[in-house]
Design a protein around this ligand. Structure first.
Ligand code: APR
Length: 243
């Protein structure tokens, strides 16, 4: 059996990583996430955008994967499951740290950095940021460009490699589990539609309804850490109820 898992910020929420659209408190609530995750925002206020990502980079290093991440990683060890492809919109590394071996980052990573002019990868020292700061100066590349996070901002194309691998994984999978995403940002939100169109079982795990809920084969109004550890055992009865 092949499983593909499409995850969003919700699967990392229980690890203490704020989601995008739920984070109504905290330092960054006063800014529109689109301002902080767009090329325009970077061009207008690179020091604000840099502070936002540097803080999240350090935040993720200080938190741990939760039972949701660990359940997905555990699926790789179940006899009969030949492939578990994790397709994530998240830029944290919690799936990898939980033990998942095939993780496709559609929106990049908080742990990769590059120059915004010459594109060279940056491996230099990063200043610590124990507390959130509103502004911080990004490092400067020898070419004069500014170092930015290697993250896909609104208006930027997704990286070909992870996208192609994700489409391939969805096409080949027997089951698509969609966890912790509001399912409103395309093209990622198009992957469950692709699965449904080819007759693949789609299970949504989200405490809140989303645009996918009405079409999903099964939708569980539960948190990731509650639903995922027992999801595979429950699947036959969940699907039995639907037929
Ligand atoms: N378990 C499962 N789902 C949860 C949990 C939880 N414990 N807590 C919250 N959620 C759900 C919320 O109900 C919401 O539907 O996670 C979803 C988080 O939605 P968003 O904050 O919109 O995050 P995401 O769907 O990943 O955003 C997609 O948009 O902001 C851009 O590029 C950014 O990758 C991001 C993309």
């Amino acid at each position: 059996m092949r499983i593909a898992v499409l995850t969003g910020a919700g699967i990392s929420a229980e690890s203490g990583v704020p989601t995008f659209r739920d984070d109504k408190n905290g330092l960054w609530a006063r800014f529109d996430p689109y301002e902080l995750s767009s090329t325009q925002g970077w061009n207008d206020h690179p020091e604000r955008v840099w502070a936002w990502y540097l803080w999240r980079h350090h935040l993720v290093q200080r938190v741990d994967p939760n039972d949701g991440h660990r359940a997905v990683a555990e699926w790789e060890r179940i006899p009969g499951i030949v492939d578990v492809s994790v397709i994530t919109q998240n830029v944290d590394n919690l799936h990898e740290r939980a033990g998942s071996s095939a993780v496709h980052h559609l929106h990049g990573s908080l742990f990769e950095f590059r120059c915004d002019i010459c594109d060279s990868a940056y491996h230099g020292e990063l200043p610590d940021m124990p507390e959130p700061q509103l502004e911080a100066n990004p490092p400067v590349c020898p070419c004069g460009g500014l170092i930015r996070p290697d993250i896909v901002w609104f208006g930027e194309p997704l990286p070909d490699g992870p996208w192609d691998a994700s489409v391939e994984a969805v096409r080949a999978t027997d089951l698509l589990v969609v966890v912790g995403t509001s399912s409103i940002v395309y093209p990622a939100a198009g992957l469950p539609e692709l699965a449904l169109a080819q007759g693949t079982v789609v299970v949504e795990v989200n405490p809140e309804p989303t645009p996918l809920s009405a079409d999903a084969t099964v939708t569980l109004r539960e948190s990731a850490s509650t639903a995922l550890p027992t999801l595979l055992q429950q699947l036959p009865s969940l699907l039995g109820k639907k037929s």
